[in-house]
Write a protein that binds this ligand. Structure first.
Ligand SMILES: Nc1ncnc2c1ncn2[C@@H]1O[C@H](COP(=O)(O)OP(=O)(O)OP(=O)(O)O)[C@@H](O)[C@H]1O
Length: 312
């Protein structure tokens, strides 16, 4: 039996002009929260829709809970919240869930119990009997989330699940994802909101221009490079341009009272003395050098700006 909830081998879906996702080989462990991150248009939704057989692969294979995505069995224990959700707005929230419950073959008793619980859980208590027509965008996304969870799926695909939600709603969805994880479910989260993925994802895959650039445990991706925060005073014009290859990335953070703070990515923390000597040679006064654990945003920028298809 497969240890992976999701596995793909060279999965490719090309739309016109060769846009989409190509040659994606990844594994998602059961019980993990996998953040699939990438800029707009990177191919995240295309990948998920291909996995769910909403569109057909151009090439390659995919498996959900050990079943090929070409078989219906692959979709038996799956929940999905699409990015562009749109529900029949003449139904009430409860009627929509009722309909989905029937499509999932739930018994009347189980359906009623789950619907009551989910309406409450997604923050729609007291609004379930109103027509979707009168729901705000955020409320529609909430009812979509309830619908994705109705069949009590093992694997849940959430495509930008908080795009229409306010900060409170975002926190509620984060908590819900953690609950699902604690209940042993696998969550595949498509997102370009890195703060969302930062706190909840155990594993990360980064996609750009349709290609998977890197995948792995979040902490492994964090330790692949070493970042330091440096504060400098002096003539700074493009000081990094002639830096040796151990300096891989550099970004200005803030300027205050004649001092500028930069985030510098080094090959290794052993390069800190080299960095200080180099800055001194350039006539820059170093006021602070602080090694720091990179935020997900730094990891993301590092991989998206880097060339090659490495894996950790
Ligand atoms: N049905 C389609 N026909 C033609 N091109 C498409 C189609 N769907 C997506 N694309 C193109 O494929 C690329 C990937 O789109 P996709 O929606 O998968 O990206 P995404 O990473 O989910 O983006 P976002 O974060 O903006 O939602 C884009 O260039 C997009 O224009």
């Amino acid at each position: 039996m497969s240890v992976f909830a999701i596995e793909t081998k060279g999965l490719t879906k090309l739309h016109s002009k060769n846009r989409g996702c190509r040659n994606i080989t990844l594994q998602v462990q059961k019980g993990s929260v996998f953040g699939f991150l990438g800029p707009n248009g990177a191919g995240k939704s295309t990948f998920v829709r291909t996995l769910l057989s909403l569109i057909h692969p151009t090439e390659g294979e995919g498996y959900i809970l050990g079943h090929s995505i070409r078989e219906i069995a692959a979709r038996n224990r799956v929940g999905y919240l699409p990015e562009l959700f749109r529900y029949p707005d003449w139904l009430t929230g409860r009627q929509l869930l009722d309909l989905h419950g029937d499509l999932c073959n739930l018994s009347h008793r189980v359906k009623k119990k789950r619907i009551d619980k989910l309406i409450d859980r997604v923050g729609l208590a007291g609004r379930g009997d109103e027509k979707i027509k009168g729901y705000s965008k955020g409320m529609q996304q909430r009812i979509g989330l309830a619908s994705a969870l109705l069949s009590d799926p093992e694997v849940i695909f959430l495509d930008e699940p908080t795009s229409a939600l306010d900060p409170i709603g975002r926190k509620e969805v984060r908590d819900l994802i953690c609950e699902l994880r604690d209940a042993g479910k696998t969550v595949f989260l498509n997102s370009h909101l890195l703060s969302e993925a930062e706190t909840i994802c155990s594993h990360i895959g980064i996609i750009n221009h349709g290609k998977l650039i890197v995948q792995g445990k979040k902490q492994d991706l964090s330790s692949i490079h070493s970042q330091v925060l440096i504060t400098l005073v002096g003539k700074e014009e493009a000081w990094w341009k002639s830096a040796p290859s151990w300096l891989t990335h550099c970004e200005k953070r803030q300027r205050e009272g004649g001092r500028t703070t930069w985030v510098v990515t080094l090959n290794h923390l052993d390069n800190v003395p080299d960095l200080v000597s180099y800055l001194a040679e350039k006539g820059l006064a170093v006021y602070q050098v602080t090694p720091q654990a990179p935020m997900l945003e730094d990891i993301f920028m590092y991989w998206v700006n880097r060339k090659g298809d490495e894996k950790v």
